[in-house]
Each structure stands twice: as structure tokens, then as C-alpha cells.
Design a protein around this ligand. Structure first.
Ligand SMILES: [Zn+2]
Length: 291
């Protein structure tokens, strides 16, 4: 080996995503009864940009701002929520017609998202749809009307109108974001009225640490999950998907990554499921001749 270390290999067939992490510091402000969280989202956003450039296309400037703020806000939101929770956000922006999709979970501590600007049906008003779920509980859904193009302010409106709690989301700079969440004894009106500089003063205070959570940009899609997803949609009519071709390229709806789906594997999975169903049925049948 020479002393010039070769760059990590990533060929066209097997590109490897860079996994970007953000360490969210969770702090408590006892004086004002606030949960304060902050992180550097630079590496996490860089991983998103890597991913979207590889699998889709270069996002325009506004889309990049939406995703920079959106991934940060989604991760901060998750860091304020209990372990094991999964949350999905869809923001329909009225103008320019745009859909911002963000999702993440507190088990693997991941966040992922996409922005849609082509063929988006204009909504009459901007809205945020939020679905959260925890293992063993029914999912909770809510939708609220929101105003403006600032994703951090949209998250503040969501917390105010749906969670009925006051949260401030602050952009410290392009990469650093913070969230201040009112706990039960906090003065909500005071928190709402803080200027950005006053909020930053609290974030910079010496506060007691509640620990850290590390979130990474990662979808978790793989060939098995994509097969399961597509079979759920096209099991009854595979021809509608394949149209006589031996395979088809599909996009992960969560992250936009492209996957190749083989018709023979699709049919084999269907046959395996039918066999399993037949075995289960014969096992349940007391008159079954197989003993
Ligand atoms: Zn994916």
C-alpha cells in the first residue's frame, strides 16, 4: 500500500449511501420549565443530499430549504417524544404546490424524507398531516391548517393547534437547530413571545443534561420490504405492474431510492404464500387425511 489512501469505493451498481448522524442534546431548563434540545444537522442533511442526488435529481433551492428545516424539525420532534414512537409528516404547501414528506422512528432513531414538486395537485390551503404510532396502540392521526413557507413555523403551528403545547423551533444557522418545548409549569405566552435572540440565550444557557439521542438519515428499505409493499398493491393483478416485462423498476415511496423488481421473484413469493395458506388450512381441518 502506498501512503495515499484510496477513496471508499462506490461503483454505479452498488452505490453506498453516506449515513449522516445528528446528536441531539436534551436539556432541562428548570427555571422556565422547558425541555430544550439542540443539534448540528449538517452531516444528516449532507446524507440526504447525497441520497437525493443519487436516486432522483438535484433539488431546487426552496426544496433544499424545506428538507434542511424539515429533517431537523422532524428529528427534534421525535427527540421530544417517547421511545418506540414512529411519526410521519406530510406537509401540503399551497404555493408553490409542493408536498414535503418526513418520517422517523424512535426505535432505530432514524429520519428520512422526500420533497415532491412535479405534478402536485395544488391544495386550497397549506396543511400538515401527522400520523404517530406506537407498538400495540392504534395510530393517531391529525391534520391542521398552517400558514407560511417556514417549516419550523409550520411545526410550531402544529404543536400549538394539535398537541396543544407550546414549542419553539429555532434556526441557529444553516446546520444547527433547536427546539424549546413548554413543560406543564411553563408560561406558554412568555415562550411564544420570545424573540429569536432571547430563545438562543436560553439554548446557550448552562442547563442540566437529560442525555443525548443520535438520529441518522436512513430509510431502511430493502428488496424484501419493497417486495412486500408492491405485492400488497398488485398481488391480484401483477400484469398491471409488469405489462409483459420480466421486471420493473420501482421507487421507494419514503426515500425515492430505485429498486429492480423481478417478475419471477414476485410470482415465487405469491406461490410461497399460497402454499403456506393451503398448509395452514389443511392443518386446521380435522378431516385432513394427512396425519
Ligand atoms: Zn427507501
Amino acid at each position: 500500500m502506498t501512503d495515499s489512501t484510496p477513496a471508499p469505493r462506490s461503483d454505479d451498481e452498488h452505490p453506498v449511501d453516506r449515513v449522516g448522524e445528528a446528536t441531539i442534546h436534551r436539556l432541562i431548563d428548570r427555571e422556565h420549565d422547558l425541555l430544550v434540545m439542540r443539534a448540528d444537522f449538517g452531516p444528516l442533511f449532507a446524507a440526504y443530499l447525497d441520497h437525493v442526488r443519487r436516486w432522483e435529481s438535484e433539488p431546487d433551492d426552496l426544496s433544499q430549504t424545506f428538507m434542511r428545516q424539515g429533517l431537523g424539525a422532524a428529528a427534534l420532534h421525535l427527540a421530544a417524544r417517547p421511545d418506540g414512537e414512529t411519526v410521519g409528516f406530510t406537509i401540503n404547501v399551497h404555493h408553490p404546490p409542493t408536498n414535503v414528506f418526513l418520517t422517523g422512528d424512535n426505535t432505530e432513531c432514524t429520519v428520512v424524507g422526500r420533497v415532491f414538486t412535479k405534478d402536485v395537485k395544488p391544495s386550497e390551503e397549506s396543511r400538515i398531516f401527522v400520523q404517530s404510532s406506537r407498538l400495540g396502540a392504534a395510530p393517531i392521526q391529525s391534520v391542521v391548517q398552517v400558514e407560511g413557507l417556514d417549516i419550523l413555523q409550520i411545526f410550531e403551528q402544529y404543536w400549538d393547534r394539535s398537541e396543544q403545547a407550546t414549542a419553539r423551533f429555532v434556526e441557529i444557522d444553516d446546520a444547527h437547530f433547536a427546539m424549546l418545548l413548554a413543560l406543564p409549569e411553563a408560561d406558554d405566552e412568555w415562550l411564544k413571545g420570545l424573540s429569536r435572540d432571547q430563545a438562543l440565550g436560553i439554548v446557550d444557557d448552562e442547563l442540566k443534561s437529560l442525555g443525548r439521542r443520535v438520529y441518522k438519515f436512513l430509510c431502511g428499505c430493502n428488496p424484501d420490504r419493497m417486495m412486500e409493499l408492491v405485492r400488497g398493491l398488485f398481488e391480484k393483478d401483477p400484469e398491471e405492474l409488469f405489462r409483459g416485462d420480466p421486471g420493473v423498476e420501482i421507487l421507494c415511496p419514503r426515500c425515492g431510492r430505485r429498486w429492480w423488481l423481478d417478475r419471477a421473484e414476485f410470482d415465487a413469493a405469491t406461490d410461497a404464500e399460497l402454499d403456506a395458506a393451503a398448509d395452514a388450512a389443511s392443518g386446521d381441518d380435522p378431516t385432513s387425511p394427512e396425519d
